[in-house]
Design a protein around this ligand. Structure first.
Ligand SMILES: [Zn+2]
Length: 211
């Protein structure tokens, strides 16, 4: 029996981190005076929690209404996964209770090695029970995926779109997408509209998975 495209699509679980069309938030942004002087990017109507690590974190709805946007991550869920080590597929804690370590799928697209046993990861961890579905789900994971058990992790940088102010404080997009800014030492964080958190993961040991 031949299945239709829509039949197949309806059987694919939508990972926790994926954005939905109904979650788009287009609240206006502008530059305001920072408490420590200078300007920083802000929502016109700021909320507590808009800024993380000195950068404005893009808002996103949490309704999961509309259509899955397979190429886009929901910013706030992506950050939640990183900061709380939640599985990017099911949203539950990813840590392996037996070892205390965190399984992490690593591909060239979402990982850059830094040093001997660690590197920078822009995709969140995946719990052991979701690894098979994660590998089958995402076409890019078929390109030499490696799975590691990670002993240590911490926020390291953000990926952001960059804005610049005019004399009235209006915010203008500079045309720079996906700029990686380190959380410590970057003077550009006040001009960043951050949409992804990048983690430094270390104490990585390879895990063998038989599919
Ligand atoms: Zn999971």
């Amino acid at each position: 029996m031949t299945r239709t495209r829509s039949d197949q699509a309806s059987k694919i679980p939508v990972p926790y981190v994926i954005a939905y069309s109904g979650e788009l938030d287009t609240s206006p942004i502008k530059f305001v005076r920072s408490p420590i002087g200078g300007l920083r990017l802000s929502y016109e109507h700021p909320h507590e929690g808009d800024w993380r690590y000195g950068a404005l974190c893009a808002r996103s709805g949490q309704s999961r209404e509309g259509r899955p946007q397979w190429r886009k991550l929901n910013t706030r869920r992506q950050w939640d996964c990183m900061e709380n080590l939640l599985c990017q597929v099911c949203g539950n804690p990813a840590q392996d209770r037996a070892t205390g370590r965190v399984p992490w799928i690593v591909t060239d697209a979402v990982f850059r090695r830094v040093g001997a046993t660690g590197g920078l990861a822009s995709a969140p961890p995946t719990c052991l029970s979701c690894i098979p579905v994660a590998l089958s789900l995402c076409p890019h994971l078929h390109v030499s995926p490696a799975i590691y058990m990670v002993g240590n992790s911490r926020p390291a940088s953000v990926l952001a779109d960059m804005y610049t102010p005019d004399a009235e404080g209006r915010a203008y997009f500079t045309g720079e997408h996906n700029v990686e800014l380190p959380l410590w030492g970057s003077t550009n964080l006040p001009f960043a509209f951050a949409h992804q958190l990048v983690m430094f993961i270390s104490e990585m040991t390879p895990m063998n998975v038989t599919q």
